[in-house]
Ligand binder design. Structure first.
Ligand SMILES: N[C@@H](CCC(=O)N[C@@H](CS)C(=O)NCC(=O)O)C(=O)O
Length: 206
């Protein structure tokens, strides 16, 4: 049986929860107290979730877990087969992790300062808005971000973009999630992003 170390409302855990459910895999949940990382540290040697334990294999970092699941459980694939499309998928995931994530994290870090730099916040906010336009274009004429089918790209991006449309869940008081809601005002200008969020939200999570 797979085991997934998780905290409530975690974006990076939701990536893995979407992937596991898509592949029809069940996992036992190890709920981690966000204020006490002892158990997750003991299991994986580092404090962050998600961590997946599969027998003797311990995998941390959501992207590495998605790649591990694809390799070990290839049924219902999340990555394309051919080398060029796989490279495009890897580029998208890397861009999302290392470029897209920068502005919302920077805004959240700024907002907890005694005197937040409003000009910088506005610049990062503008970057986030421009990226919604990019997602709208990615979804032109296809059902999901990198193609017709649900893929690793959707697992990776959806948990961060969903806040543009869906209400914050009860008990979710994370500043980062409020940033994702407040700085991604969709209005009615991004109909494809909105319907993609609503469509992916109907999918099961482990
Ligand atoms: N690169 C890691 C990031 C993991 C991460 O930041 N996890 C958050 C939850 S979404 C966490 O455990 N945060 C706790 C902390 O920062 O102390 C991944 O993709 O899994």
């Amino acid at each position: 049986m797979l085991r997934l170390y998780r905290t409530p409302h975690s974006t990076n855990v939701e990536r893995v929860a979407l992937a596991l459910a898509h592949k029809g895999l069940e996992a036992e949940s190890e709920w981690v107290d966000p204020a006490d990382r002892k158990d997750v540290r003991k299991a994986s040697g580092q404090p962050l979730v998600p961590v997946l334990v599969d027998g003797d294999e311990v995998v941390f970092d959501s992207t590495r877990i998605l790649e591990y699941l694809e390799e070990r459980y290839p049924q219902r694939p999340l990555y394309p087969d051919d080398a060029a499309s796989r490279a495009e998928m890897d580029v998208f995931v890397d861009w999302f992790n290392r470029v897209w994530k920068v502005p919302p994290n920077a805004i959240a870090a700024e907002l907890v300062k005694a005197k937040p730099n409003e000009k910088r916040i506005a610049e990062w906010g503008a970057e986030l808005l421009a990226r919604l336009d990019l997602f709208e274009r990615l979804l032109a004429d296809r059902g999901h971000l990198l193609g017709e089918d649900f893929s690793a790209a959707d697992c990776v991006a959806f948990p961060f973009l969903e806040y543009a449309v869906l209400p914050l869940p009860d008990g979710d008081d994370e500043l980062f999630h409020r940033v994702l809601r407040d700085y991604q005002p969709l209005g009615d200008t991004h109909p494809r992003v909105e319907s993609w969020i609503r469509r992916v939200d109907t999918r099961p999570r482990a």
